[in-house]
Design a protein around this ligand. Sequence first.
Ligand code: R5P
Length: 292
Amino acid sequence: MLLAFDDEAKFARALAAEAALEMRTVARHRFPDGELKLTLPSRLPGRVVLLRSLDHPNEKLVELLLAAQAARALGARQVALVAPYLAYMRQDMAFAEGEAVSQQIVGRFLAGLFDAVITVDPHLHRTETLAQAVPARRAIALSAAPLVGRFVAQLGLRPLLLGPDGESAQWVAQAAQAGGFEFAVGRKTRRGDHEVEIELPAVELRDRHVVLVDDVASTGRTLARTARATYAAGAARVDVAVTHPLFVGDALEALAAAGVREVWSTDSIAHPSNRIALAPTIAAALRGLDAE
Ligand code: R5P
């Protein structure tokens, strides 16, 4: 059975259809003081999959705590989490003394609740595998990068793919391989939440069509700065493709102001830029779990 929340019903229906799972909704009530009450189907089968993408994660982490334990109390013996976007993965070390290492803390929290965690393009930079961050019995990191490459290719475009920073190299290389494109990777220095500096790679960008590829866009400043630098280097057109379209605040305006023409994303987070469906890829991973 697939359990989902009503604000992710569209993705849940697609995933349930692809994975041939019965889909049921977790009802949510918010009390006046802000506490949550969740209501699950009163009888659950032995194996349950909970869908929750972890954009706006703080409240959703409490939902996961309540839902996973309630599912077990209602009969589920194995509970898997499908979190197309997995939050808190970027803080993978203490950059300053005293900082909480959120990746480890949230990862262990999820591993304590779920038998399996499936996600897409988690931001693993200094951590080699998802299992190191989320030590659940099964921790499965899928990648949307080949889907991104094939999506751009089927548009009939022949761009250079450009990753803004070293962390994006893993995704841009896979997307380029899947689409048969050239690729290059820049360097980023982050000065603050909204301040980044980008150094472009030494490739000829004059008159090129460039697609910027990254795992996640939050404030959009990384991509906006990269787009400005790419145009300054003579590019003819810049588009953007990301796995996780967080696009907080004025991110899309920042991209438009930088001259970005098209913004494409996967449906890991519901957003008007969604063009690439993840349900088939995630359903295949669920079938793999079933076979174990
Ligand atoms: C970090 O390295 C990620 O891959 C993204 O580049 C970053 O999180 C994007 O953040 P923002 O959109 O706020 O610049």
